[in-house]
Ligand binder design. Sequence first.
Ligand code: FAD
Ligand code: FES
Length: 350
Amino acid sequence: MPIISIPALGLRLSADADENLLKVLRRHRVPIAWSCKRGECGTCKCLVERGEVALSGYQPQALPASQREQGLVLACSSRVVGDVQLRLVDSDDFIEHPRRQLRCRVLELCELAPEVFSLRLGILDTGADAAPFMFSAGQYAHLKARKADGLWVGRDFSMAGTPVRAEYDGELEFHIRRTPDGAFSGLLGRGIVPGTELQLEGPMGTAHFRPRHEGPLYAVAAGTGLGPMLSLVETALDNGKTDVVALYAGFRDVAEVYGVERLAQLARRHANFQFHVVVEFDAGSGMRAGRVGDALFADAHDFASGKFYLAGSPAMVDAVGRQLLERGVAPGDVHADSFRAPAVQRLAGN
Ligand SMILES: Cc1cc2nc3c(=O)[nH]c(=O)nc-3n(C[C@H](O)[C@H](O)[C@H](O)COP(=O)(O)OP(=O)(O)OC[C@H]3O[C@@H](n4cnc5c(N)ncnc54)[C@H](O)[C@@H]3O)c2cc1C
Ligand code: FES
């Protein structure tokens, strides 16, 4: 009689030979989600850590080949053929937007705060047959611009607009801090102006919105980390999330603060949304003083059932991520993108 072990739940279950895997799991009341039971929706994904199952009769979009290679299977489409060790997974963690290379044109460049720009792009490859650009809120793309010497320079930037905007209107937005000697950002307003053509490769990144999660959502941003966090909370609220959605936007000083009107509008539309503008030095009225992580931890929160999304400077992301884990938040509930500069060797060649 084959044995199915699930170490994370301390379970060893007996199955009949050739029995449907989802049936065994349901028979033993294992907390696995399912929906279509026909290999079409991908809800019943689980990871085979040891052994094998016989998988057949499913739709490729429910389990793309790349996920199959990682050991994921669909329980509803698997037969038990021997002892097997499983791990239940959150199917939200496995998204599959094809990575694309696209041409874009700068529609608008506007200064949100001194040296912080909103870069709005229109996707050019949008003929009748062209598939829309799809990403999950919180992801990033690699943007490339042509310098005056004709060479291309590229850096990673997180989408600040919503996926819906990209998919239906072919429009993308990024929030970018300009450093005068920055190989890419230094071109903003100089080589990168309305009408300039840029190249984009993406989407990339795993710190994206998990729509199936039930419980409070906390988004913590430092500086232009506000871009992807805005995209993420807007998407969550537009998706009808009714749990608390809280955004903590951290800035070094009051001159850096931006995005407050967009946040206030969201708060007016959604009673479950709250935001905190946290300024380290000389906070103005309506702002909180101190570090953004300290503000998060000062508020009484239901850390046990929350999900946390972090974006911005590596110092903030590392510190807040570490403190969350120290407070018992599971690693699978902390999703972070730190805006690390590229390695020095890449910088040299740009
Ligand atoms: C996943 C991800 C998402 C990101 N999202 C965003 C975002 O949404 N918004 C955003 O503003 N940023 C984001 N970043 C950061 C962004 O990719 C760039 O690293 C950042 O904008 C710096 O690029 P730059 O062109 O300004 O400067 P760079 O030319 O890359 O230089 C960075 C700094 O290093 C210095 N420097 C230049 N050359 C060298 C060298 N040879 N050796 C040592 N130091 C050097 C420069 O003075 C400059 O201050 C993200 C990064 C990652 C990894
Ligand atoms: S329940 Fe839909 S794929 Fe298994």
